[in-house]
Design a protein around this ligand. Sequence first.
Ligand SMILES: Cc1ncc(COP(=O)(O)O)c(C=O)c1O
Length: 401
Amino acid sequence: MDFAYGPGRNHLFVPGPTNIPEHVIRAMNRNNENHRTPAITTLTKTLLDDVKKIFKTTSGIPFLIPTTGTGAWESALTNTLSPGDRTVSFLIGQFSLLWIEQQKRLNFKVDVVESEWGQGADLDALESKLASDKTHTIKAICIVHNETTTGVTNDLTKVRKILDKYQHPALIIVDAVSSIGALDFRMDEWGVDVVVTSSQKALSLPTGMGIVCAGPKAIEATKSATSVRSFFDWNGYLKCYNLGTYWPYTPSIQLLYGLRAALDLVFEEGFENVILRHKRLAKATRLAVEAWGLKNCCQKEEWYSASVTAIVVPPNIDSGEIVSRAWKRYNLSLGGGLNKVAGKVFRIGHVGHLNELQLLGCLAGVEMTLKDVGYPVKLGSGVAAASAYLLNNVPLIPSRI
Ligand SMILES: Cc1ncc(COP(=O)(O)O)c(C=O)c1O
């Protein structure tokens, strides 16, 4: 029996992996090819040029690596830092926690700056650390842009400002796994040195490609970084870029064609429209949450995420039960609460290739599930709040104007 089978489409509303558009599925449905042909070389060149647009960088160098977000973290760290290097890393949810654990395993000295889950990175703490670090022992600031556990987005312009204020040379290394392709991310303007993302989030591709973008300071840092790296060594890529062969090892041909199709969809819709669509879906979701009388896990508006909303349930309800029932009864996949917020929050991922009516279907399913688990929700209340907002805010589909 195919466990995944249910009538109709699975309403996939986890914050990654996300829906793969038909167009992308078809583009990937192809035989293997020799990755050393001019056709793949040309395709790769277009991909490297075009991914830069969604990182908003002209000076960054992208690496398309067969890995996941976790491997992309490791690639960013090992190429730029040496064992014993001091990092400042913000602990605001499960993904920042996992990244911090990775940094420790790689033998960096991590200054962990913890905030309550639901809050953004404590930038006052960063400021005092940098103010007292006169000899520049801090080599990197590691920050998750969009903490997928809590639906919190950090303002990276503030991080850059603090570093500039103290003329501190630390690298800014950013996890933008649930941001790139959904949120406005300006690598060059914000002075970010390394950014990592992965294919199964806003790009709406299968899992398996980590995308790392390294700015000039990070590329320079590789020359003195002594962390052991082999598979993830950027030099392998850089050598191939110089030779025009592009691949130090065999890429997934299917993912390359998929990425091409995914980027084409983004540019056809217009990247700025994609960003606005994510903001719109997020706002509609928050209005529904408010109408249900539930609380957003993210504690301040300035941190609201456009790609995921984590919703706090009353203490007498187990959020895991909501996730389980939504899937079993309504073919709706919601994100569960992780670690500290397990059982306490569930998450609606509004990221990737989604539209407004799909979201309304999800919200209707959440309402029914809430009722199922004994929460006294008024059926239709969230859908009404969200659709009233969307009615006035959904533009015409760009390709149909
Ligand atoms: C913000 C963030 N960082 C890192 C990861 C880890 O990525 P992966 O599961 O692709 O290794 C995730 C996964 O959800 C994430 O949301």
